[in-house]
Design a protein around this ligand. Structure first.
Ligand code: NAG
Ligand code: NAG
Ligand code: NAG
Ligand code: NAG
Ligand code: NAG
Ligand code: NAG
Length: 435
């Protein structure tokens, strides 16, 4: 009797298994139906492009599986069993695996943008990313380093962005070399020194544009990216000067450590060829031997800990003081800060051509001290993707800017919209040509 029960149990087990198998086959065949079959075949032959498939779907080229799949960008940190039910888990699983490979084998085909967001910086970071998406031409990959409690919010917001197959993103936790994590974290603002470690963390990325969260792009990221191609054989990174006017410069008046050039450099917009950074041996004032990036950071911090004020930016200044041939300096309109106008306009390049990248440091997007900066921030934050840029962004912005002419920065409010106007015109010209 007991044996019979065992046999029956075994049969039941087999039946359940075959039912499951049958259902999964059915699901697969459904996925392959109208238009889906081609997609699956292509995916098998050409795995590297699988990731683009769902995003490409929105461009209408390949609507494979659009009935069953959401048009989501899925970072490889989403484990496939945690995806929403209407995303094809199987595809995402392979996609994630292949995407990782793809980044290794095609390192420089797209532009990589990194940002480090901690504390209350979610909205500001998202506004920065929006400004990058609005104007950029080549595909972008965002590398977002954020405190754990912000990850979900970033995912939710980024999944709502209209990508048109142009943007991917990856969200990372904040990490430091374990033996010195505590020391790095307390240096400067929480997490800010993370950027020093980007060449060591993003080992498979060739080049990277790092920006602070309080950056706004007023022209395509492609344009600053193109500086990489202008590097001579010794240059590894590009930044803007900290000041144009030495009389109000900080480093030349107060620094108790070496700094680059006449007024130092600002690290809020930092373009890096990380392949070169990882290869270079840096001259330094600690040992007669040259040290690599990974070896130099901790000794540098130890030596200058008591003398630095602006944290990791000071360390970069010290590093490029000793290795000046490695830095490409771009003009102030690529990193335009309140310092460039609060005591009168001193960024000549911006007066001529307008501001290319706005950097609202010292919290000026969120208080009433510099209403010109705040107005630009709000114009981009208020804008809904897809609306007309002239009517929904440029015109309301100009109206707001005209109200600020009682301030020093407001007096030159035209430099805040000069390039923006041109970027919008160029964007619509590209669209009407259909490129
Ligand atoms: C995905 O893209 C296709 C093709 O443009 C579209 O028809 C479909 O509605 C989109 N699905 C979602 C969930 O957005
Ligand atoms: C996103 O990543 C996948 C896999 O690496 C790639 O195939 C796809 O082209 C990327 N999309 C964009 C817009 O870069
Ligand atoms: C730190 O600043 C003090 C005071 O200016 C100076 O004497 C000292 O040499 C500085 N230390 C380093 C490592 O530069
Ligand atoms: C970065 O430098 C490496 C080594 O010199 C070079 O092969 C690569 O093309 C450079 N990347 C870019 C984007 O210029
Ligand atoms: C590259 O440019 C920097 C800055 O202008 C300069 O100091 C360096 O000597 C140049 N390197 C070469 C190899 O010409
Ligand atoms: C943005 O929206 C807020 C609230 O709706 C409004 O007060 C502000 O004037 C807008 N700013 C711009 C520049 O459009």
């Amino acid at each position: 009797m007991r044996r019979l029960a065992r046999v029956a149990l075994l049969c039941l087990g087999c039946a359940v298994c075959s039912l499951l198998y049958g259902l999964s086959q059915l699901a697969l065949s459904l996925e392959q139906e109208p238009g889906g079959g081609g997609g699956r075949e292509r995916q098998a032959r050409e795995p590297a492009t699988a990731g683009a498939r769902r995003q490409a779907g929105s461009a209408g080229r390949d609507a494979a599986g659009s009935g069953r799949c959401k048009n989501l960008s899925v970072s490889f940190w989403n484990s496939y069993w945690m995806l929403p039910s209407d995303v094809c888990g199987m595809n995402c699983f392979w996609e994630a695996a292949f995407r990782y490979d793809y980044m290794k084998t095609h390192p420089s085909e797209k532009m990589h943008l990194a940002v480090v967001a901690c504390g209350e910086r979610l909205e500001e970071t998202v506004t920065m990313l929006r400004s990058a998406i609005i104007f950029s031409i080549k595909p972008l990959h965002f590398h977002i380093f954020a405190e754990d409690q912000l990850h979900e919010s970033f995912k939710d917001i980024l999944e709502e962005f209209p990508y048109e197959g142009r943007v991917n993103y990856t969200i990372y936790p904040i990490t430091f070399p374990s033996e010195s994590a505590a020391e790095w974290k307390k240096l400067f603002k929480p997490c800010a020194s993370q950027r020093l470690f980007l060449p060591l963390i993003l080992k498979n990325v060739d080049s990277l544009l790092y920006v602070d969260t309080d950056i706004l792009f007023l022209r395509p990221v492609d344009d600053i990216w193109s500086f990489l191609g202008k590097f001579n054989s010794t240059q590894i990174a590009a930044m803007a000067p900290e000041h144009e006017e030495p009389r109000i410069g900080w480093y030349n008046r107060f620094a108790r450590h070496p700094y680059y050039g006449v007024t130092g450099i600002n690290s809020g917009v930092m373009l890096m060829n990380m392949t070169r950074i990882r290869r270079k041996y840096f001259k330094n004032d600690m040992t007669p031997v040259r040290l690599q990036w990974g070896e130099i950071l901790m000794p540098l911090l130890k030596k200058y800990k008591l003398n630095i004020t602006w944290g990791d930016q000071d360390l970069l200044n010290i590093m490029f003081f000793h290795n000046p041939e490695s830095l490409y300096v771009f003009p102030c309109q690529w990193n335009y800060r309140p310092d460039h106008c609060i005591y009168g306009s001193n960024c000549k390049a911006a007066e001529e051509e307008g501001i290319f990248i706005l950097h609202g440091n010292r919290g000026v997007y969120h208080d009433d001290k510099q209403p010109t900066f705040r107005a630009v921030y709000e114009a981009i934050k208020n804008y809904s993707f897809g609306d007309d840029l002239v009517h929904s962004m440029l015109q309301p912005l100009e109206r707001e800017l005209r109200k600020t002419t009682h301030t020093y920065c407001g007096r030159v409010y035209k430099v805040f919209i000069k390039q923006l106007t041109k970027s919008i015109r160029d964007l619509y010209a590209r669209r009407s040509k259909g490129t």
